[in-house]
Design a protein around this ligand. Sequence first.
Ligand code: AGP
Length: 609
Amino acid sequence: MCGIIGYTGVKKAVPILLAGLAALEYRGYDSAGIAVQENGLKVVKTKGRLSLLREKLEHATHLQHATCGIGHTRWATHGEPSDVNSHPHATAHLALVHNGIIENYAQIAAFLTERGYTFLSQTDTETAALLIDHYYKEEKEPQKAIFRALQMLRGAFAFGICFADYPDRIYAIRKDSPLIVASTEAGALIASDVPAILPHTNVYYRPEEGVLAVLEKAQVSFYSAAGKQVQQKTERLDWNVEQAQKGGFPHFMLKEIHEEPQAISRTVSAHLKDGLPYFGENFPTEVLKSCRAIHVVACGTAMHAGLIGKRIIERLCRIPVRVEIASEFRYRNPILEENDPVILLSQSGETADTLAALRHAREKGVPTLAIVNVNGSTLSREADHVLYTPAGPEIAVASTKAYSVQCALLYLLALHAGLARGQISAETVREICQKMQHEVPESVEKVLEMNDEICGCAKELTDAEHVFYIGRDVDFDLCTESSLKLKEISYIHSEAYAAGELKHGTISLITHGTPVVALSTVPALAGKMLSAMREVAARGAMLLTVTTKQIAAKEELPADRLLLLPDIDELLAPFPAICAMQLLAYHVSALKGLDVDKPRHLAKSVTVE
Ligand code: AGP
C-alpha cells in the first residue's frame, strides 16, 4: 500500500517529508518521491528505496529552504516500478500523490486524450492529476477543480495535491483509502497513517470521505463538495511509532492475519467481471481449456497454497495438477508436455528456487503464469503471464494473508478453467464467486473473533516438543501449512500426517500427552476422521479437535480441546480453517515470548538457492 505525507508550515519541508516517508516504509514500496514549492513546483522521485531519494535530494540543495511539499512511497499497482511511474505526478499547474486504485482510469485517459492530453507514465494516478489539471484550467480555482474531477473518478483514493499558484497550501481528500490531517503550531500535515505524524503530534483529523482538507501554514479547514466549510472531529492516539506501524497489534503477523478478510474480498473483487472470474483480455484461457495437466511450482507456504490449488482445480476441472517443490523441480528433469502450463506461486516474486524453476520451464517452452503479491517483481516480469494477489505488503516472515489470497486466486482460476472446459455451469460459478466475495470474508472474521479461545488452545502447546497435525483430503493440505507455521515461529517440531496413514507407522509416536491437532472440515470424511481421533485419543494424545459446527453436531467427537469453526460451504472451508491454524501458531510463538515477526534463521524472501 502506498504512503502519503505532506507538510506546510514554518519549518524546512524536505527533512519532514523524508522522515514521514521513512515512518511509512513498513507499508511496503518500490519507489519514492517528493514535490516541494520552491519558485514553482519541483519534483524529485526515483524507483527504489528511500536512500536513493535522499541521495538525489542531497544534490538538490536549491530545495532545502522549501517549507511546503508532499511525498509518496509507491506500492505499484498499475505500471511497473520505475522513475517515471513514481509519484508525485506533476502537470503544468499541480503535483499530486495518490494511495489507492482508479478503477476507471482507462475511461479517464480516453477523455483526456480526446482533449489533447498525453501521458508520461503507465499509471492510473497520472490520469487523476491531469483530470484535476483539466478542470483547474476551466475553474481557475483548486477546490472546484478537485470536486469536478472527483465526480468522474471511480475507485479508491487518498490524494495530496499542491498547486503552483498556491505555494503555501496542500489539498487532500479521500475515498476508501486512509488519510489523516494534523494541525500543529509549526504547520499542518497530511499522511496515510499515524506513524508519519507522531513526531509532530498525536492528535489528528480523519476527514470523512469526500471532504476536502485545505492546509495552510497556520490552519486547516474542511469543505464539502457543495463548497460549504464543515467541521471534522479530531482523534488522539497514545501509541509510539512502532505500535502505530502495527496498527496497534503486537506483531505484524497478527495484523496481517486480521487483514485477511479484506485481502480476500479485494482479491476476489479485483478478478470478477459480471460475477464471473476475469483475468484480462490477454489471459491464456485457451491454454487452461486445452491443457492435459497443470504444474504448480513454489516453495514453502506458497507451495502449500499450491496443494489447495491442486485440490480445487482437480475437483472442478478434472485436470491432473502436479504440485512441485521449486528446488526439486528443475533438477529432476520434469516431464513437461508442450501445452501444459507451469504456474509459479510466490509472495515476494524474488524467491531464487522459484525463479530458477520459472526459467527452466521457459527453456522448455511451456506456458508460464506467475501468481505474485509484489508488482514488478522479477517473477512477474519474466513469466509469460502474471496475476497479482492484492494482499498488500506482508512484513512478517511467516506468510499468512499471502497464502490465503493465493488460495483465493487459485479458486478463481479453477472456476474459470472449469467453466471454459464445460465442467461447471456459469450459474454455479457465479454462486461460488458470490460466496467467496461475501461469505468467506465473513467466516474469517468470525474466526478472528475466536482469538481468545484459540489462544487458550495455544497454551496447551507451548511446552510441547512435538505436535502432530492430522487430516484427510484438503484438511491434510491445510495441516501441512499449519505445521510449517507452528515450526517456523515457535521452533516446536511438528509434522502433518494424512490421518489414514497413522496406522501405517506414525501412531507409534503417540504417547500420553502427545499433542495432536485433528482438522476435520470435510463432511464426507468426518466419520473416517472420527476413527483417527479415537485412535490417537486411545493412546493418550492431548487432542485438539478443529471442526465445523455442522460436523460436531452429528457426532460426539473426542477432544481435550474443541474448536468449532463457522459453518460455510464445505468447498470454502479452507479459508476459515487456515485462519484458525495461523492464529494458533501465532499465539504459541507469542506465548513463548519469541520474535514472532522475525523468527531465527529465516528471511522474508529467500533470494539465494
Ligand atoms: C512462509 O511462512 C515461509 N516464510 C516461506 O516458506 C515462504 O513461503 C517461502 O520462502 C516462499 O516465499 P515466496 O512466497 O516469497 O516465494
